[in-house]
Write a protein that binds this ligand. Sequence first.
Ligand SMILES: [Zn+2]
Ligand SMILES: [Zn+2]
Length: 136
Amino acid sequence: MALIKCLECEKEISDAARACPNCGYESRKTEDIEPIVQKTELGELEKNIGAGIAMFVVGFVFIPISIVIMPFGLVLLIPAILLMVYGGAKISGTRSAVCPYCKNESVLNSKTSTNFKCSNCKKLSIVKDSFLEIVE
Ligand SMILES: [Zn+2]
Ligand SMILES: [Zn+2]
């Protein structure tokens, strides 16, 4: 048994109490808080190999060019690396994913090993075949 704060009068009450003895406010409102789901389903695998290869190749070509024209090449190098990363993701395929903790929608690279880190709440979930599962 622990003490919690009454949401209404902010006095400390037992978490076992159904209602606040001070103001009568019912503290058992946990159902109102959206529960963390154990699993969220992953979306269909989406691949775009043609676009992925094109992006990858463009990025690959830009890297030596950006190195030659350094330090100006720096503005080319970063987009080039990003192109290769996104191109690679399109080749291996991506799936839409919903964070089981905060329901934030994001995209999962299907090659991503076994963990998925939410960009919103920074929590890790485990990647199963077609699910994201919370770490307990
Ligand atoms: Zn109260
Ligand atoms: Zn999250």
